[in-house]
Design a protein around this ligand. Structure first.
Ligand SMILES: *[C@@H]1O[C@H](CO)[C@@H](O)[C@H](O)[C@H]1NC(C)=O
Length: 153
């Protein structure tokens, strides 16, 4: 179906966008990235610039905050993926549920990623009732948001 086609494009193109990182970029993973790793997920599910992060270890509920809305454009067809300033959900071992704040735009509409599961070497993305499975290794690196004003001095 169309959505799957889009996600395949997304995952094929993602490594290309990782090949030319800006040299002055700090790539230190945040605590939020570490939390992903602790729960069996690759850090590339989050952009680089996570500003703040809270988790309730009992319930798995988390909130993370970016500097602002984070946008990543995926060439050559300019698909957009956006992260809201606040992303919330519940994280368990191998499972992220009740996810809010991550969307992809394809075929003239926005699709919210509602959940992500880790399954062997793959990640299963849930978009409502639809799921799509892709290799986790495509998400081994964390992307930078684009169009950000950064103080590079
Ligand atoms: C964490 O979640 C548990 C279970 O839902 C709840 O009882 C507790 O009050 C929460 N703690 C905080 C600090 O929100």
């Amino acid at each position: 179906m169309k959505l799957s086609l889009f996600l395949i494009c997304f995952l094929v193109l993602l490594p290309l966008s990782l090949q030319d990182p800006s040299p002055n970029q700090v790539k230190a993973p945040t605590r939020a990235h570490a939390e992903l790793t602790n729960h069996g997920f690759p850090i590339g599910l989050l952009p680089l610039s996570v500003k703040d992060y809270f988790i309730n270890k009992t319930s798995g509920e988390f909130s993370l905050f970016l500097d602002g809305t984070c946008k990543i454009t995926l060439p050559p067809d300019n698909y957009l993926a956006t992260y809201s300033k606040q992303v919330t959900g519940r994280i368990f071992q191998g499972k992220i549920a009740e996810l809010q704040g991550i969307r992809v735009r394809a075929f003239f509409q926005w699709w919210s990623i509602t959940g992500i599961r880790s399954s062997g070497d793959n990640l299963v993305f849930e978009v409502g009732m639809v799921t799509a499975k892709y290799p986790s290794k495509n998400f081994d690196e964390s992307l930078d948001c684009e169009g950000r004003r950064r103080s590079s001095s």
